[in-house]
Design a protein around this ligand. Structure first.
Ligand SMILES: [Zn+2]
Length: 278
């Protein structure tokens, strides 16, 4: 009897083995969990109240990067927080092309700063944007190429438990590499949604974002609170899953273990953005 049962068990095991390739090839999860993911970050908030509040009304877990000393910085941060949105400090950093630097605004970090000045300015900026969880660069095509200054930034971010999003305004940015070396969670921009404004361009860039997500598993798009950008996004994000992707918060993108690989793969996509100086 005992022997018989043992045999029977063996038989069962044998059949299970035969079945197992079929079992493994069957989708274990629903198709839903395999959707490529996208995340959207809207930069340059804090200066135009009407445009900014329209941007804050975008559906889903869109993140917002707020400039530190705009007339509406505090109010917009509070509104974003109330809506449960992720908030980043949009940190002005020196650009390569000198005349672009007039758009830097107050609180800019520049190459001629001492470590002390740099950290003091950074700290004031951080305190100007309530409830921030991360930082990304506004302009910065010059400063992000300098490992010394980027190390000062990483020191501060490590201490404050923030993550870094490299807007990748220069192909030679070392920010992501330094973030990685310092164990600061980081992400790099894949697509600028509106380096050329207008609905047609934004739609084309959004398509690129989806293509990138399908190729790499995830993609980050950065836009600005221009009327055409917000109008197109509010339409496309209503039912984004029809394009075969899922909109997730910037945090969920950052914690993807593929981030480091993504950085290396996408370094060449920043060229147009670099010339646009965004
Ligand atoms: Zn910006």
């Amino acid at each position: 009897m005992h022997m018989e049962m043992h045999k029977c068990k063996n038989k069962l095991f044998f059949y299970l083995l035969l079945l197992s390739p079929a079992l493994f090839s069957m989708p274990v999860h629903s198709e839903e969990s395999y959707k490529p993911i996208i995340s959207i970050l809207i930069d340059d908030l804090g200066y135009k109240f009407k445009e900014d509040t329209r941007a804050l009304a975008l559906p889903g877990p869109v993140a917002y990067a707020i400039l530190p000393h705009g007339p509406h910085t505090e109010k917009i941060s509070q509104l974003a927080f109330k809506k449960g949105k992720d908030i980043l400090l949009h940190l002005p950093m020196q650009a390569e092309v000198m005349d672009k630097n007039e758009f830097l605004g107050p609180g800019a970090l520049t190459l001629n700063m001492t470590r002390k000045d740099f950290l003091k300015t950074l700290n004031i900026n951080i305190h100007a944007v309530p409830n921030l969880i991360g930082i990304n660069n506004h302009m910065g095509s010059l400063l992000t190429q300098h490992p010394g200054h980027m190390q000062w930034l990483m020191d501060s971010m490590k201490k404050n438990g923030q993550f870094y999003v490299d807007s990748l305004t220069s192909d030679n940015s070392v920010a992501a590499r330094l973030a990685k070396e310092n164990n600061v969670p980081y992400l790099t921009r894949d697509i600028f949604l509106d380096h050329k404004q207008g609905s047609k361009n934004v739609r084309a860039q959004f398509k690129e974002l989806i293509k990138t997500a399908k190729r790499n598993g995830s993609a980050l798009g950065i836009g600005h609170p221009h009327a055409s950008t917000i109008q197109v996004l509010s339409e496309l994000l209503q039912d984004v899953e029809q394009y075969g992707v899922k909109l997730v918060s910037i945090k969920s993108l950052i914690h993807k273990p593929t981030t480091g690989k993504k950085y290396a793969q996408n370094r060449n996509q920043g060229t147009s953005a670099a010339s646009a100086g965004m």
